[in-house]
Write a protein that binds this ligand. Structure first.
Ligand SMILES: Cc1cc2nc3c(=O)[nH]c(=O)nc-3n(C[C@H](O)[C@H](O)[C@H](O)COP(=O)(O)OP(=O)(O)OC[C@H]3O[C@@H](n4cnc5c(N)ncnc54)[C@H](O)[C@@H]3O)c2cc1C
Length: 285
């Protein structure tokens, strides 16, 4: 995804990470709330540090052409699973899964599997894999629990096992690694602190059962933009907290299912019953 960095020009709000809603609705809220249109700069700025007090947030950035300091009324941290903004707030430290994704040549056609391909024999550090056809290639991804040792070897094992089941899978041409949020408790979802709002994975908004987070990122990005546009700087977080209550509840519901899905019994049962039944039971997870 693209990195956008928006910041208040003379200081309405700063957004670190990606912009969904704020960009979409910008014109409307400019008019309604007389928000100064933020200068949009994309590319090579990263957060160095920030501090907040009763008057606002002071952000220090490291940009391609040198350091930059920005003052604003609110900061929106939308900077992903390893959010520096969240770390800076010192709230709810979260850890991450290791994910590896290979692009594998495809000779023929395969079914478009996505959901949790679980395989016994890879070991307890393996969570699940997925196979997604992309034209003449296939993305094969694996999700490993935090602190997995030698995940690259395990990914080779996953691909070999999948090749046995799907001989259409050929040579791997590219491999990518990424971090994915590891949520285990309701307290891992934190909308922010003071004048700082956390959106998407930075705030712990994602499905702990499926690992999907795009819809959460879109919704919370939208709500965070709305909250700073429609409220006084010191009440924006309260409004955002209220607006994201249902998402938080949804994450709590999924967390209740997680121990079942991850238990040896749960995996055994899921492996024994027909996939159509597994699909039905896990719909909405
Ligand atoms: C391999 C993989 C497959 C996935 N598949 C799916 C899927 O099929 N469906 C689904 O719904 N979800 C999926 N997800 C999850 C989904 O990608 C994330 O939940 C979603 O992208 C989170 O959006 P976000 O905006 O919170 O964070 P991100 O998309 O991670 O964006 C954060 C942005 O912040 C920037 N940033 C980070 N640190 C700083 C800093 N210090 N200063 C400035 N900028 C910074 C980053 O460069 C990045 O652009 C997948 C995740 C992975 C890893």
């Amino acid at each position: 995804m693209l990195l956008h960095l928006l910041f208040g020009n003379g200081g309405e709000f700063c957004l670190l990470g990606e912009v969904y809603a704020a960009q979409h609705e910008e014109g409307q809220y400019e008019k309604k709330n007389k928000i100064t249109r933020p200068d949009a700069k994309s590319g090579s700025c990263a957060l160095e540090s920030f501090a907040q007090d009763a008057d606002g947030v002071f952000v220090e950035l490291k940009c391609a052409d040198g350091p930059m300091a920005v003052s604003c009324n609110n900061l929106i941290g939308a900077d992903g699973a390893r959010s520096a903004v969240r770390r800076g707030l010192g709230i709810g430290a979260v850890t991450t899964y290791v994910t590896l994704q290979d692009y594998v040549e495809l000779d023929g056609e395969i079914e478009p599997f996505f959901d949790c391909v679980y395989m016994r024999g890879i070991g307890d550090e393996f969570a699940y894999a997925y196979v997604v056809p992309k034209g003449d290639r296939v993305a094969i991804g694996s999700v490993f629990y935090p602190k997995t040792k030698r995940p690259y070897e395990k990914q080779e094992q996953v691909i070999s096992l999948l090749r046995e089941a799907m001989p259409q899978l050929g040579r791997s041409t590219k491999r990518e690694a990424a971090a994915a949020l590891y949520i285990r408790a309701s307290a891992d979802t934190v909308p922010g602190l003071g004048r700082v709002l956390l959106a998407g994975e930075a705030g712990g908004f994602m499905s702990p059962t499926s690992g999907e987070g795009i819809s959460y990122a879109l919704e919370t990005g939208f709500q965070a933009g709305l909250a700073v546009a429609e409220n006084a700087p010191d009440t924006a977080l309260a409004a955002y907290r209220t607006a994201t209550k249902d998402l938080h509840r949804d994450i709590r519901r999924r967390l209740r299912w997680l121990p079942v899905m991850e238990s040896p019994v749960g995996k055994y049962v899921a492996g024994m019953v027909p996939p159509s039944l597994v699909d039905r039971v896990t719909q909405g997870l």
